[in-house]
Structures are given as C-alpha cells and as structure tokens.
Design a protein around this ligand. Structure first.
Ligand code: HEC
Ligand code: HEC
Length: 367
C-alpha cells in the first residue's frame, strides 16, 4: 500500500511540474516499471467481456471495427446512423419542470440540441452547445447533456478536475486511451472530437463541465430479476413497456428510470436505475474498503468518499456501466495513459464478478 501511495505521489509531482499535454507519448511503464506490457490488447467481445457494461444483451451479430472506419478528420464519420429517435411530425414536446417546448428534431439537433433547463448550469461554451458544424463535430451536450451528467453509453463529465479532463482528451486523441469495444462507434467519435479540439477550446470546456457539481443520478437495487429490456444501437439499455421481468443472472443492468424521458426527451434531470445481483454491494464494499484480497483500497487515491483528490478523479455515484467499462479497459491495457499504471494493481486480479461488484458499490455511493 505504501509503495502504491509513494508511486502516486511521484507521478503526481512529475505531472504538476509540467503540463500533462507535454507528456504525450511518454510510456508510463518506463517511469513506474509497472507490468503494462504483459497485458495484451483485447480483441473485442472475447470471453469475459462484460456485455452489460458496454450496453449489449448479446454481442452484435455484425460487429463493425470503428478503428478502421473512423480515421478521417470529421468526427461525425464515426456516428453510427439511426441512433437517435425520429419524429418529424413537428409536435411540441415538454418535460416536467421546464417552461420550454421543443420538437423531437430540435431535441436531437446535432449542432444545437435542446437545453431544457438553462438555469441549471452556467452559460455553455460554444462547442458544448453547438459543436463545430464546419468539421461535422457534434455538440458535446448531445451526448454528455448540457449539465454534464451524461448517459450510460457515454460518460459523466460534470465535476471532473480540469487537469484530469484535459489529460483524458489528450490521451483519447493520441490513442493511449481507447475503448475495448471496437464496435463502440461513439467511443471513436469521442476520440475524433478530442483530436479536433484546440487547446483553448478544450480548456474552456474542461472549466465549464468541471464547475458543475455532479448530482445524484443512479439508484442501485439488489435483485434477482430485472424488468424486460431492449438495447439501442448505441449502448443504451431500455425497459420495454409492461411489467414483465426476466432473471438478472450475473449482470448489472442499468436502465433509464423513464425510457421516454431519457431516450426521446433527453431530460437532463431524469436519471438511471441499476439492478445488481444480491450480495454484490457487500462484496463491492469489501473490495473498495480493503482490497478484498484481489485489489487495492480505493480511498488512498480517490479520497475517503471516493469524491476525488488531486491524484485521482471522483467516481462515487457515477454510472455503473461507465465505471465497469473503465475498469475493464484498464485491465485490458486499452486505457494506457500516463496515470493508468496507478490503476493496474487495482484491476489486474479482478474477476468479472468482482469487477461488477465494484461498479455496483461505487455507483451506489453519494457523489
Ligand atoms: C457521440 C457522443 C459524444 C459526444 C458528442 C462527446 N462525447 Fe465525450 N465521451 C463519449 C464517450 C462514448 C466517452 C467514453 C466512454 C467510455 O470510455 O466508455 C466519452 C468520454 C469523455 C471524457 C472522459 C471522461 C472521464 O471521466 O474520463 C471526456 C473528458 C469527454 N468525453 C469530453 C467531451 C467533450 C469535451 C466533448 C465535446 C467537444 C464530448 N466529450 C463530446 C461520447 C461523446
Ligand atoms: C494508486 C492510486 C489509485 C488507487 C488505489 C485506485 N485508483 Fe482508480 N484511478 C487512479 C488514477 C490516477 C486514475 C486516473 C487514471 C487516468 O488518468 O487515466 C483512476 C481512475 C479510475 C477510474 C476511471 C474514472 C473515470 O472518470 O474514467 C475508475 C472507475 C477507478 N479509478 C476506480 C477505482 C476503484 C474502484 C478503486 C479501488 C478498488 C481504485 N480506482 C483505486 C488511481 C487509483
């Protein structure tokens, strides 16, 4: 444990002396001697791949390789078509608590998605609200929402430290951080956006999202069953109509509290509910607090309440699907940036069940 904290401090001092941007291309394994090179890059959807965390019920029947399909300079080339709900009737829609009304087309407008609650956040930087249409870069708000709460298929970005946020953009741009799912188009669109942003734009957006506190967003429930659900084309799992349930099995299933509010209206005040196997929260707590014989206690770096420190970002209360994907991406060596070696002792011995338990417990904490 002391060794780990020592390494954390060394890395932190190293980074704070210069800019993280300047460290691009540095192989962190050389600095730390961590066994990164032992971890082979995973083929998509291999045995042990947590389908639930990437928003699948079964692996895609025609997996696409977006590493090859998304190489141009226009981020939207990586947008898998047909992901957004369609309704061109022009009917004005509303969400509870907002005085505004938008059509479905306005709600999902790529370069000006609806902002239901402008009073919930400071004025959005231009790229958050509009993207950059000339290069077909969609607004950050269309995926991460204007308030940064994010959906299970992308990421919660509210309340992240500015230096952490900038480092992630840098590492997604360089390829040091990649999703393990080559079929995950939005992960590759994200990387293309990171490549297209200027340092000034990146800084303005990092400060914007960083200034908004992340709000409670996920209710975690232990259960044997889960409401019957379906999967969208881009990794959002959604309850289907009716009261039918199905066995949960060894999965954590995260669903919108209200499918229509999340998927159609994109209501940034309507959160998620996650069903997790009975006993998983206690196991997750044990690992978080003691390492549980397979990991390292998280508080040393992420802080007592897992609300973040100068070394590691806040993780408490964030989407369990997102947390599960990150743990798996670190484990597979696909999230391999300058600070990733600090996470290797945490993830390298996790079984799929332990990974699930960690995601469930961390998500159940108050952000
Ligand atoms: C097409 C949807 C989409 C858009 C638009 C989008 N992102 Fe993302 N973003 C993602 C996905 C997907 C991830 C990664 C999820 C994963 O790793 O599983 C992500 C992750 C991130 C992260 C990492 C968060 C963390 O905790 O490490 C940052 C930072 C980020 N995005 C910033 C931005 C910024 C800035 C913009 C606008 C310029 C933007 N995103 C626009 C989909 C999107
Ligand atoms: C030795 C320090 C250290 C320990 C111990 C540690 N972490 Fe981390 N963790 C980090 C650092 C540093 C990062 C950011 C890595 C990067 O920049 O890519 C991180 C990132 C993460 C992320 C990704 C966050 C995001 O927004 O994408 C998750 C999830 C995470 N850690 C979970 C855990 C859990 C769960 C534990 C305990 C079981 C744990 N960590 C223990 C240092 C640590």
């Amino acid at each position: 444990m002391l060794r780990v904290i020592f390494f954390a401090i060394i890395i932190f001092l190293g980074l704070s002396g210069g800019s993280a941007w300047a460290q691009e291309g540095t192989n962190a394994a050389n600095v730390l001697g961590a066994p990164i090179s032992d971890i082979a890059t995973a083929p998509s959807h291999q045995e042990g791949f947590p389908l639930w965390a990437y928003g699948y019920i079964t692996p895609p029947t025609a997996p696409e390789d977006w590493r090859e399909m998304c190489v141009g300079s226009r981020p939207r080339e990586c947008d898998r078509p047909g992901g957004m709900p369609r309704d061109t009737s022009g009917t004005l829609l509303r969400v509870e608590g907002s005085d505004l009304a938008f059509t479905q087309t306005e709600i999902t407008a790529p370069y000006a998605p609806a902002d239901w609650f402008p009073q919930d956040h400071p004025p959005m930087p231009d790229v958050v609200a509009h993207g950059i249409e000339e290069i077909e870069m969609r607004a950050c708000a269309i995926c991460h929402l204007p308030n940064g709460q994010g959906l299970m298929q992308n990421a919660p970005v509210a309340g992240l430290p500015v230096d952490y946020f900038l480092r992630q953009l840098e590492e997604m741009a360089s390829g040091a951080r990649q999703t393990s799912d080559h079929h995950k188009a939005n992960g590759f669109e994200m990387a293309a956006m990171a490549r297209a942003l200027s340092p000034e734009q990146a800084m303005e957006i990092a400060e914007y999202y960083g200034s908004i506190p992340f709000k409670p967003w996920v209710r975690v429930i232990e259960s044997d069953t889960v409401p019957k659900f379906t999967a969208s084309r881009n990794g959002l799992l959604m309850k289907v109509e009716g009261d039918e349930t199905e066995p949960l099995g060894n999965r954590l299933i995260e669903l919108p509290e209200d499918t229509y509010n999340t998927n159609n209206l994109r209501n940034p005040r309507s959160g998620m509910v996650a069903y997790t196997p009975i006993g998983s929260l206690a196991r997750g707590r044990e690992i978080v607090e003691t390492g549980g014989g397979v990991s390292v206690a998280c508080a040393a770096c992420h802080g007592a309440d897992l609300r973040g420190t100068a070394i590691a970002p806040p993780i408490a209360g964030r989407q369990p699907s997102y947390i599960g994907r990150q743990l798996y991406d670190f484990q597979q060596g696909n999230r391999n940036g300058i600070m990733a070696p600090l996470m290797i002792p945490t993830v390298q011995n996790l079984s799929p069940d332990d990974l699930l338990a960690l995601a469930a417990y961390v998500a159940s904490l108050s952000p």
